[in-house]
Design a protein around this ligand. Structure first.
Ligand code: AMP
Ligand code: GLY
Length: 401
């Protein structure tokens, strides 16, 4: 199969890496890709949001499958453009991607489907959580434990407007459940946890994610989570004539009263994917192709024993912009130690790999235990030298307790 991966982050590098080992793969392409992906695939200078450009590229490559990584192109309808041209796509239509694109739509679908979620409140009153309705690149949610925090948040948002959602504040460990879906059927991947805050101890601003690990051990059953949080949404969207094909990602809180869905994403998580895919033992390409063609029933994906931990190396200024052009050294040594190094914000300048802002690299290691994977991921990331780069020191520290 000829496959085109759309996107340019660590998630897409992890996807390209996993697909590259599939026995059914004949050609791997990416648009636009990044220097890490370029070692596995042919990269084409077409932007992830450019639906027409992607359709023409997929046609010229005679692609058998397009896998769309990021949310923005999905919400903008790139998968529809491809599908209308008869090209099989792993990724939801714009109508189904609204599950991520609009928090209000997600709440409405959850209510109709009977999915447990945080209660909506009529008025903002601490403790509560404020959520912007649309896509906000991880910055649309403010947790307000006190009146002062609520006042600050409302001040920043320019007051309480009706597009904002207010919901009850829940407490408990979080879990990311990613499921490959063909519109009706779902296959879940290893439950993962990501670390959204910039600094150790969950301090500092929200980011795209500073690290992750999988699997997450929890007091419950993964299959039950699929039954309560994934399948009812698939049935509801299918009944509405907008079946969900792609990765449905439930952001869950394991509250004392039971699991609650905080949000849905319409794509693979980043960095979760960098921890989850190294634990996939079966043929990921076969599963994605089956999902794209509505034939996931009967497909299964074996899972490796053990655990995977991903430590993100970010620019010192991240999540603020800045730091481009700093040389990156030591990736080969890190890989020689057995780790996987996924590129996110990197670029090639005169043959030298340099930083390109934001999250730079994800360093993933596997191990028989979470503690072993953690130790190997940090040891490998110690071998990478980038002036001024930063990482969290407490990724998967749960392993030690
Ligand atoms: P979301 O984008 O909806 O996943 O929210 C981002 C983060 O905000 C989540 O990972 C949680 O840490 C937090 N959050 C969202 N909703 C709630 C809630 N109802 N109660 C407590 N924390 C929440
Ligand atoms: N790591 C969370 C996300 O991909 O949205």
């Amino acid at each position: 199969m000829r496959v085109l991966v759309v996107g340019s982050g660590g998630r897409e590098h992890a996807l390209a890496w996993r697909l590259a080992s599939s026995p059914t793969l004949t050609e791997l392409h990416a648009a636009p890709g990044n220097p890490g992906i370029a070692m596995l695939a042919t990269c084409h200078p077409v932007a992830a949001e450019d639906g027409d450009g992607l359709r023409e590229l997929a046609r010229s490559l005679a692609a058998d499958l397009v896998v769309v990584g990021p949310e923005a192109p999905l919400v903008a309808g790139v998968a529809d453009t491809l599908r209308h041209a008869g090209i099989p796509v792993f990724g939801p239509s714009a109508s189904a991607a609204r599950i991520e694109g609009s928090k209000r739509f997600a709440k409405e679908v959850m209510a109709a489907a009977g999915v447990p979620t945080a209660r909506l409140l009529d008025e903002p009153r601490a403790p509560c959580v404020l959520k912007a309705d649309g896509l906000a690149a991880g910055k649309g949610v403010v947790v307000c434990r006190t009146d002062a925090e609520l006042e600050d948040a409302l001040g920043e948002a320019g007051g309480h407007d009706r597009t904002m959602l207010v919901e009850e504040l829940l407490d408990g460990p979080e879990l990311s459940l990613l499921a490959l879906c063909d519109g009706r059927e779902a296959i879940s991947l290893a439950p993962a946890r990501d670390y959204k805050r910039a600094h150790d101890g969950d301090e500092g601003p929200n980011t795209g994610g500073m690290g992750s690990f999988a699997p997450v051990a929890f007091d419950g059953d993964e299959a039950d989570l699929v039954e309560t949080c994934i399948r009812p949404v698939l049935a509801e969207l299918a009944d509405r004539g907008t079946p969900f094909v792609g990765t449905l990602f439930a952001g869950l809180m394991l509250a004392a009263a039971g699991p609650r869905v905080l949000e849905y994403n319409c794509r693979f998580g980043d960095p979760e994917t960098q921890s989850v895919l190294p634990l996939v033992e079966g043929d990921l390409l076969e599963a994605l192709a089956a999902a794209a063609t509505g034939s996931l029933a009967g497909t299964s994906l074996d899972r490796r024993d053990g655990a995977a931990v991903t430590v993100v190396l970010a620019a010192g200024s991240y999540p603020a912009a800045g730091n481009r052009g700093t040389p990156i050294e030591g990736i080969e040594q890190a890989e020689a130690s057995g780790a996987l190094v996924f590129h996110a914000g990197t670029a090639l300048r005169d043959g030298q790999l340099v930083t390109n802002g934001g999250r730079l690299l994800g360093v993933t290691a596997t191990g028989a235990t979470l503690a072993a994977a953690r130790e190997r991921a940090y040891a490998a990331s110690d071998l990478i030298r980038i002036d001024g780069c930063r990482r969290r020191g407490d990724i998967a520290l749960e392993a030690e307790t």
